[in-house]
Design a protein around this ligand. Sequence first.
Ligand code: PAZ
Length: 367
Amino acid sequence: MDAPNGSQDTEQTLDSQVKAFFDSAPPLQNRNDIIQKLNHFIQLNSLSSENGIGKRIVCVTSGGTTAPLEQRCVRYVDNFSSGHRGATSTEYLFLHLLLFLFLSMKLFLGYLFGDLLEGNEYNVADCVECRYFLKAGYAVIFLYRRGSFQPFCRSLPDDPLLDCFEATEGLNIQVGEAYSKAVKTAIVDHHAAVNSGLLLKLPFSTIFEYLQMLQIISKPMKDIGPRAMFFLAAAVSDFYVPWKDMVEHKIQSGSHILDVKLVQVPKMLSVLRKDWAPVAFCISFKLETDSNILIKKARGALEKYNMHAVVANELSTRKEQVVVVTIDDKITVQRDKSKADDDVENPLIKLLSQRHSAYIEDSKRMR
Ligand code: PAZ
């Protein structure tokens, strides 16, 4: 028998690392509940729309995973991620859908009553815009770190309950005037997204929860083919203590050195692309603090994990600019600084949803 070559070796190593990770991970408490919610969400959003195809569904991951040091966890290794990127991107994924609904309505009315309604005539420019926004409409599975930024709540203060509300007569409370617009917008937009079945929020804390949930989400996402997209903005732990090697109780202080062995988290992006959801459109993120190595590292990740695009960002400028690296492009995307409330996620989501459209069209042609 031939000796296995290098790449088979690497694959076997990865497979055994992945197996070891999942075998040793503490099972999710609410696994069945998550599966049920997810199946319902995907079924609901896969019903044919008027154009004969189901909606696009994106899994946005957001915030940082923790790596516990004790089984009855008191201490853990964490990272800086606030979840701002994931929460903001989710809002823009909806904003494009809402704009589409608005333009569709305008188009529809214009088409029916174009001759009758002055200034509401059917025109080609609207038609083109409508088609674009039709393609930008997503239902979102928001896989987020507990306690991190949430979609629609970014303009609220850090402690919204205590800062935005004030006690009045008896048991009543009211929103302070300074926050009434922000609170109302957050509540209305959030309820609209959840109640219309377009937003499913699933929280995680640890690396064990995150990767098990990502695997669970991939199963029904695989079934919807190229309409599925993964937008992997979470900052995932690079190292962890395997559950079986972890002490049960709180590590005692007293010795000068904390001797804990962390091992590398298996590179699940490869597994996601290769096995879990091979046809889904996959975007991952690369963060560096040294801008000199950023693009090289992003290109490396693109090739190694076979991503459709890698969004490269530098820690200190990540809210101003990102670079989208694809196999044949390197596009700098910036926030519109002339508008105080613009976010870099606005042009980023526009670009990625256009790329996803092209990907879906290509997949149809190749069928
Ligand atoms: O969560 P946040 O808005 O504070 O930061 C976003 C980010 C920098 C975590 C994200 O854009 C990113 O690059 N995620 C991947 C990080 C990495 O593992 O390289």
